[in-house]
Design a protein around this ligand. Structure first.
Ligand code: NAD
Length: 427
């Protein structure tokens, strides 16, 4: 099938690669001509394991084409996915201006039946609005349909997640749209959840809000565990064995970040409150997350004792999670900012990125970042931080405090090397 994709970020590029793997021909459009230029030269502008190899292979076999503008008729595409960003506005609601601009431009280019699939995360009612907008512009309603197909990939494992999803959610108005989407995904072995347009849109927000709630719950628990002298890591492990609870998103730490959870929690909260519906649970989820970095800095300061003597720290990790170069809403970056504002001198290392953070010194080598430091803080759970030579860490540091901001380091190994281990909610 010929398929179009508009918006080539983390979701759009992964979708393009996966659809090419499924033997479709994909026309990929983004209005960032610099990005299109790089993609045409074989340079993938984001880091996602396996993505560059996959895109390069399918550029060579002619399954992927890149353009910075929509063509009339869009190359005979029967299905067009829209994967533009929907970042938050100041009031928490999503900015739908990119989606709106795409729909208006697309309206003038539809020449034969086209299924427009909204993959971007959008509030319930948006797909209906898209359908009505096309009608209002004068597009023949027999020539298009609109479907919702929210994306659940996780950055860092995006290709795998899209090729092996737990389920594919499709919101449709017609059986024709549902069967076209099933045809698009032929070759992917999973279950389909077929719903109305607005239920599909809501499933995405509800899922992200629920996962964020699990993280804030365990972070709240870490505070009471800290006060009671209980190890939250042992508690999480014990809870995880209950199949009704499960093991995922139950690790206490610096809180959730990234381009989705904070944005989607905020958008759902805004949608509720602006209709007079209070969401106290969601408000608390956000509140705990917003204060978790400060809570961790307080714990760090307490364990230092004399601040004047101890104020140089190394932070390992800057991305919002491992195996990505994405720093949007990263707790690690927020931690660095707050540490410098509190008077700490910060040395930083990340295997992929060096974001501009005022007064932070970046190092190319993770061990070099430790020199003269009183403490090491692990802010992102990159697996290479688990395999470090802890005796080398001890040798390079001035002090001996290790703050595991993600509760994922082997505590015993670090302590055997002479480090004083401090976790989140781990006495
Ligand atoms: N990143 C994730 O992990 C993830 C996971 C699931 C869902 N989502 C959702 O998917 C959507 C896209 O997320 P992302 O992280 O890929 O965004 P992104 O910011 O990485 O990419 C968006 C792309 O859209 C392009 N764009 C913007 N306006 C355009 C226009 N008018 N015409 C053509 N291209 C345009 C931008 O240039 C950019 O390349 C969002 O709604 C997000 O919430 C993201």
């Amino acid at each position: 099938m010929n398929i179009g994709i508009i918006g080539l970020g983390y979701v759009g590029l992964t979708t393009a690669a996966v659809l090419a793997e499924l033997n479709h021909h994909v026309i990929c459009v983004d209005n960032d001509s610099g990005k299109i230029g790089r993609l045409r030269q074989g340079i993938v502008p984001i880091y996602e394991p396996g993505l560059e190899e996959c895109i390069t292979r399918h550029c060579q076999d002619g399954r992927l084409l890149f353009s910075d503008r929509m063509e009339d008729g869009f190359g005979g595409c029967q299905v067009i996915f829209i994967t533009v960003g929907t970042p938050p506005l100041d009031n928490g609601s999503p900015d739908l201006s990119a989606l709106s601009a795409v729909i208006i431009e697309l309206a003038n280019r539809i020449r034969s039946f086209t299924l427009i699939v909204i993959k971007s995360t959008v509030p319930p009612g948006t797909c209906e609005w898209v359908a009505k907008t096309l009608l209002d512009i004068g597009v023949d309603p027999t020539q298009y349909d609109v479907a919702s197909n929210p994306e659940f990939l996780r950055e860092g494992t995006a290709l795998h997640d899209m090729l092996h999803p737990d389920r594919i959610v499709i919101g449709v108005r017609t059986e024709r749209a549902a069967s076209l989407l099933r045809e698009v995904y032929t070759g992917i072995d999973t279950i389909y959840t077929v719903t109305s347009l607005s239920a599909s849109e809501m499933i995405k927000y509800a899922s992200n809000a629920f996962l964020a709630a699990k993280i804030s719950f365990v972070n709240e628990l870490s505070r009471v565990c800290d006060a009671l002298g209980v190890d939250v890591a042992e508690v999480s492990a014990g809870m995880s064995q209950d199949v009704r609870i499960g093991p995922h998103f139950l690790q206490a730490g610096l809180g959730y970040g990234g381009s989705c959870f904070p944005k989607d929690v905020g958008a759902l909260y805004h949608a509720a409150v602006s209709r007079g519906v209070a969401m106290p649970i969601l408000r608390a989820v956000k509140e705990i997350n917003d204060t978790q970095v400060d809570w961790c800095i307080d714990k760090l300061s307490e364990s230092f004792g004399d601040f004047e003597e101890h104020r140089q720290v190394a932070v390992w990790g800057a991305t919002f999670k491992p195996d990505t170069d994405d720093i949007r809403e990263s707790r690690a970056v927020l931690l660095m900012k707050k540490l410098t504002e509190s008077g700490y001198q910060v040395h930083a290392y990340d295997p992929l990125v060096k974001p501009e953070v005022p007064h932070v010194w970046w190092f190319n080598d993770m061990y070099d970042a430790l020199v003269h430091c009183d403490a090491l803080i692990i802010a992102t759970e990159w697996s290479l931080f688990q395999d470090v030579d802890w005796s080398e860490v001890t040798k390079r540091m001035k002090g001996n405090l290790l703050f595991d901001g993600r509760n994922f380091i082997d505590r015993k190994k670090a302590e055997e090397a002479g480090l004083r281990y401090l976790g989140v909610g781990r006495p």
